[in-house]
Write a protein that binds this ligand. Structure first.
Ligand code: FES
Length: 94
């Protein structure tokens, strides 16, 4: 049997199966709530690797079908933003 503390579900935010199951047991019964509490789906891949896995964990724990789980929408920046602004650098005087 795998140790849930060692099963990484969200690699970007280092969230384990244990973290997700614990949050669900504490009442986080919606994927949006799990996302806000644990930051799953908020890493560089924007949830492409973890949100469906988290949804399947939530469905299993709550006795639901995965189609009953609402997948949160991603919210990209409204306008393209140059990476230098995220790095805190300004090379052209801006
Ligand atoms: S693996 Fe979860 S946001 Fe990338």
């Amino acid at each position: 049997m795998l140790d849930p503390r060692k099963v990484i579900v969200c690699r970007c935010e280092d969230v384990t199966l244990y973290d997700i199951e614990k949050a669900i047991d504490e009442g986080m019964d919606d994927l949006e709530l799990l996302k806000r509490k644990l930051r799953i789906g908020m890493g560089p891949c924007q949830g492409s690797h973890c949100l469906l896995i988290a949804a399947s964990i939530l469905a299993r724990k709550k006795g639901l079908k995965i189609s009953d789980i609402r997948i949160p929408v991603s919210r990209p920046p409204i306008v393209p933003v140059k990476l230098k602004y995220f790095l805190g650098e300004s090379r052209d005087g801006l």
